[in-house]
Design a protein around this ligand. Structure first.
Ligand SMILES: [Zn+2]
Length: 257
């Protein structure tokens, strides 16, 4: 992020702690859906405080509805996080494909007649940092509580989103950080991994352990994404937020500028 080295650490600590207490009053952070809202607010805060005029996380989606190849409507919506659809999938790539999948629909015209139409979404403006959030919670109609899907999700360390952009051929992204939720829909624990730029190891940040721990990509996968339950804590582990940035040598229009 721009100018991040210039941020005064004391100021940062004080600002974040006042933000946490303010948001902590609004959200019950041990409830998973509230934690998601909290995280969105936190990203917005980071974006507004530190990104300057070029927003790092902020992109734009465009949704087009067309009938017989004629465009009926086009809307554009800003996003900070790309929220992936709740489906019984086991891979992140499959979730991405599903999100941008063209949908057939009946479009109701002003005279109340309807025409068969197709709706498709594309990324109109790819952000500098792409945050993907798989949605793994189902609202249990019988229990009235949130239930977490127990799918072992395979994550992607590299991702090309070019196919899903309206004006890019290739957008080569690499995973640089992720956080993981271990537990069920009503309780759990979060840990975060950040890639170490110096040696390609992954650093685990877990507030139940005294200090950050470095591990290989293989050990991270084995420990957190390979089995149906996370060996370290016994709970079910799922990727919750994945942070990608453009790879060196990415040929998208943003990187070529
Ligand atoms: Zn790029």
């Amino acid at each position: 992020m721009q100018n991040s080295n210039a941020i005064d650490q004391t100021w940062l600590k004080e600002t974040l702690s006042s933000l946490f207490s303010a948001l902590g009053n609004i959200y019950t952070l041990d409830i998973e859906s509230d934690a998601r809202e909290f995280m969105l607010n936190l990203l917005d805060f980071i974006e507004n405080k530190f990104s300057g005029s070029t927003k790092s996380f902020r992109g734009k989606n465009s949704t087009t509805i067309a009938s017989q190849n004629l465009e009926i409507s086009k809307t554009e919506d800003p996003f900070t996080i790309i929220s992936l659809p709740l489906k019984d999938f086991t891979s992140l790539v499959r979730m991405v494909v599903d999100l941008f999948h063209e949908l057939e629909m009946d479009y109701v015209l002003e005279n109340e007649s309807s025409v068969p139409a197709k709706m498709s979404m594309k990324i109109a403006d790819i952000p500098e940092i792409v945050a993907l959030s798989p949605n793994l919670l189902v609202h249990g109609s019988k229990t009235g509580t949130q239930i977490k899907l127990k799918n072992s999700i395979s994550i992607s360390f590299e991702l090309d989103l070019g196919l899903y952009c309206s004006n890019e051929q290739k957008v080569d992204l690499e995973l640089v950080a992720l956080n993981v939720h271990i537990g069920n829909g009503s309780s759990g624990h979060y840990v975060a991994f950040v890639r170490d730029e110096n040696n390609s190891q992954w650093i685990l940040f877990n507030d139940l352990e005294p200090s950050p721990k470095s591990m290989s990509k293989e050990d991270m996968i084995k420990g957190y994404f390979h089995t149906s339950s996370c060996p370290s804590y016994g709970g079910f582990a799922s990727p919750y937020l994945l942070i990608y940035r453009h790879k060196k040598g990415c040929h998208c229009s943003k990187c070529k500028k």
